[in-house]
Ligand binder design. Structure first.
Ligand code: NAD
Length: 248
């Protein structure tokens, strides 16, 4: 494939790479000849290493020592880090009044602390080379309220703010930090929150002006664009990939 996105030989770390959006993102990066360190708490991530350009590692993004080891591995294997895709996430469909402290902390620790840790360690690798791009996978609930998602929405709101602050802090190094905020995407994450996923997906689809939910590949396309030199003057933004959900 012609290197239209300027991603050939770029080194990308992708978290939550065993999940649906993560896997689609790894596949797209590989199709553009990027090299990828694929991370996930799920050992299934190792299946991605069948591709020549992919190294896979089990990593819990909420654990500082594991994140430091993972970024060190990327540098050892590939000589640096050009791109970080923060995508690992967990959801919780509970009213605030029914959410325990343990559940709150678990969601915040994976979704907010995890993005912070990966960003901090990757930026340490990017800054001396004065180049890099981070893309954080946020959500429509980074922007608008949704009942029974208190912990998840709070964590995704934190990610939108983290995106803006990091963009300001590293602009002088020529490093860009952006987020993609999906509407509902047909992925495994939904199976944990809905019993009849087919019927629920259809009703979620109607809530989006485009009349359907997204496929993981459509989110990966938005992620890749923001990560690539094609988005060279874009930083500090949250790109809604939500079928018009938040335009209403
Ligand atoms: N599916 C949607 O409707 C939707 C909408 C908006 C945003 N998102 C976001 O997209 C991202 C990807 O989710 P998905 O929909 O592909 O779901 P998914 O469940 O398929 O993928 C999530 C991945 O994150 C991994 N993960 C969870 N905790 C982890 C940890 N502590 N360390 C490392 N990896 C961990 C899981 O093992 C899984 O592989 C998430 O951040 C999610 O919040 C999803």
């Amino acid at each position: 494939m012609a290197d239209i996105f300027g991603l050939k030989n770029r080194v990308a770390i992708v978290t939550g790479a065993a999940g649906d959006i993560g896997k689609a993102t790894v596949e797209l990066l590989v199709s553009h000849d990027a090299r990828v360190l694929a991370l996930d708490i799920d050992p299934a991530v190792h299946a991605l290493a069948q591709r020549n350009q992919v190294v896979a590692q089990r990593c819990d993004v909420s654990q500082e020592d594991e994140v430091i080891s993972a970024v060190t591995l990327a540098q050892a294997e590939f000589g640096g880090v050009d791109i970080l895709i923060n995508n690992a996430g967990k959801t919780l469909n509970k009213l605030a009044t029914e959410t325990s402290v343990e559940e709150w902390d678990n969601i915040m620790t994976i979704n907010a602390r995890g993005y912070f840790l990966l960003s901090r360690e990757s930026l340490k690798a990017m800054q001396p080379r004065r180049q890099g791009a981070i893309v954080n996978v946020a959500s429509v609930v980074s922007m608008v309220g949704m009942k029974a998602t208190a912990a998840y929405s709070a964590s995704k709101g934190a990610i939108a703010q983290l995106t803006k602050v990091l963009a300001l802090e590293v602009a002088e190094y020529g490093i860009r930090v952006n987020a993609v905020a999906p509407g509902v995407v047909e992925t495994n994450i939904l199976s944990g929150i809905v019993e009849d996923s087919r019927a629920t997906l259809a009703s979620y689809g109607h809530a989006h002006p485009l009349g359907r939910v997204a496929q993981p590949e459509e989110i990966a396309e938005a992620i890749i664009w923001l990560a690539s030199p094609k988005a060279s003057f874009v930083t500090g933004t949250v790109l809604m990939a939500d079928g018009g959900y938040t335009a209403q």
